[in-house]
Design a protein. Structure first.
Length: 240
C-alpha cells in the first residue's frame, strides 16, 4: 500500500506577500501603460513626473494604496527619515497641508454643491509664469491657488519623511504618495473642467475621487509622524 500523500507546504510569507501584491496589481484602476493624453509621453504633465504610475506602469486606487501601506507597516518596511529631518519637514509644510485639506473639505465642497463655477475656477487656479499683466502691459506671474500649492507641499513633505540619506533612489512608498497626489491634482483638473460646462454631477464625482486620493495620501505620510514630530494628519470625513 502506498503511503499517504504528504500535506501541502504552508504558504511562505514571501508567497503571501507576492499574492497580495498581485491582487493589488490586478485591481489597479486602469492597468498598465502610460496615459499619454493626460500625463504626456514622459509623465511631464503630472505634478510629480516620477511617481509609482510612471515607474511601474500601474495605477493603484486609493484603496490599493491603503492596502499596500498596511502591508508595509505590518512588515516593518516603511522608510523612516531621521527624526530631525522629519521634524524640519513637518514644521515647514504642516500648515500648508492642513489648510489645503480644510479648504478642500470646506470652501471647495461648498462651491461644488452650490454650483459656484467662477469660485471653483479661482480655488483651482494652477498659476502661470506669464499670464497676468501689470501697469506696463508686461506679463506677470499668476500664483497657484492655496489648494494647488498644498498638493506640492504634501509631495515635498513626503521627500522629508519617506526618504533617508541611505536610500539609493526614491522609495516605493514615496513614489506611491506622489501617484496619489498626481491623481488628486488630476481630479482637480476634472472639477475645473466640469465647472466650465456647469456639470454639477461631474464636479461632485471628481471631488469625491480627489478626496479619496487626498485621504490616502494623508494616511500615508502620517505613519512616520510620532509625538516628537507633531500631530498626525486628520482625514476628510465629509462627503458630497
Amino acid at each position: 500500500m502506498l503511503p499517504p500523500p504528504l500535506p501541502a507546504a504552508a504558504e511562505t510569507e514571501i508567497e503571501a506577500r507576492a499574492a497580495l501584491s498581485n491582487k493589488m496589481d490586478a485591481a489597479s484602476e486602469v492597468g498598465k501603460g502610460i496615459d499619454v493624453d493626460r500625463r504626456g509621453q514622459f509623465n511631464e504633465k503630472a505634478l510629480f513626473s516620477e511617481d509609482f504610475y510612471y515607474k511601474f506602469g500601474l495605477r493603484p486606487t486609493a484603496a490599493d494604496a491603503r492596502a499596500k501601506l498596511a502591508l508595509a507597516v505590518e512588515n516593518g518596511e516603511v522608510p523612516f527619515a531621521p527624526i530631525q529631518r522629519r521634524y524640519t519637514g513637518y514644521t515647514k509644510y504642516n500648515e500648508r497641508i492642513r489648510s489645503g485639506a480644510a479648504l478642500y473639505a470646506g470652501g471647495l465642497r461648498d462651491a461644488v454643491l452650490g454650483g459656484s463655477w467662477g469660485e471653483i475656477a479661482q480655488l483651482l487656479e494652477k498659476g502661470s509664469k506669464g499670464r497676468g499683466s501689470n501697469a506696463q502691459g508686461e506679463g506677470t506671474a499668476v500664483a497657484a491657488s492655496e489648494l494647488r500649492s498644498s498638493c506640492r507641499a504634501l509631495g515635498l513633505f513626503g521627500n522629508a519623511v519617506l526618504q533617508s540619506e541611505n536610500d539609493s533612489g526614491t522609495t516605493q512608498l514615496n513614489l506611491l504618495l506622489r501617484h496619489l497626489i498626481n491623481e488628486l491634482y488630476f481630479s482637480m483638473d476634472d472639477m475645473a473642467a466640469a465647472a466650465l460646462s456647469a456639470d454639477k454631477e461631474a464636479a461632485k464625482a471628481a471631488w469625491r475621487r480627489g478626496r479619496d486620493y487626498l485621504n490616502a495620501g494623508l494616511n500615508l505620510v502620517s505613519v512616520p509622524i510620532n509625538s516628537r514630530v507633531g500631530d498626525k494628519f486628520v482625514e476628510i470625513e465629509v462627503s458630497i
